[in-house]
Design a protein around this ligand. Structure first.
Ligand code: HEC
Length: 163
């Protein structure tokens, strides 16, 4: 083989190596891009719950009613409870045991929540000095607020019986 032919072959081999390296690099990038797209699709595919749990329509109405009737002034804008224990938190309330001022304990089911809203004097939660005002709230709106409290509870990991 002549010197020229040897040089030619060497150059061809170099070129082949470079092409192979480029091909490997490109396929690594392609795989990475595909993985990233798949991950971002999965993250975004679970709904727009970036700002907290999604509420049902009824619960959203309940949230509006809680604002309209001023409940949030004592129970917190997101049901987190009022400052200086103005009112107990709603988040995580549903299904939990509530200690009453008379020493007894009740389970915060829907019935208890409804009663707490339409007849706040019936059962006093222990540890609160403020008195919750008695307001005449239409039943449909009470139900909406109760649904809102129920869904706040479910989001806090409290077992929910649904319904
Ligand atoms: C002036 C402050 C205040 C306002 C306004 C208020 N609450 Fe209350 N709420 C309280 C206090 C204090 C308690 C705990 C003492 C008691 O049982 O009455 C309470 C208790 C409750 C409970 C029972 C909570 C538990 O932990 O068992 C529910 C449910 C409730 N409120 C719903 C409402 C709704 C709905 C509204 C609006 C229509 C409202 N509250 C407005 C102060 C308030």
């Amino acid at each position: 083989m002549s010197d020229r032919a040897r040089r030619n072959r060497a150059a061809q081999q170099r070129a082949r190596r470079v092409r192979r390296a480029v091909a490997v690099g490109v396929s690594v990038v392609v795989v990475l891009v595909v993985v990233m797209i798949a991950l971002s699709l999965r993250g975004g595919g679970s709904g727009d719950d970036v700002s907290g749990p999604a509420l049902s329509d009824l619960a959203q109405r309940g949230e509006e009613m809680a604002v309209r009737y001023g409940c949030v002034g004592c129970h917190g804008r997101s049901g987190e409870g009022g400052a200086d224990r103005a009112g107990p938190a709603w988040a995580g309330l549903y299904g939990s045991d509530v200690e009453l001022a008379d020493g007894s304990t009740v389970v915060a089911d829907r019935e208890y929540l409804i009663e707490s809203i339409v007849d706040p004097r019936a059962k006093q939660v222990a540890g609160f000095t403020q008195k919750m005002p008695v307001e005449a709230i239409p039943e449909a709106e009470v139900r909406a607020i109760v649904q809102y409290i129920v869904e706040l509870g479910a989001s806090a990991g409290t077992p929910s019986s649904g319904g």
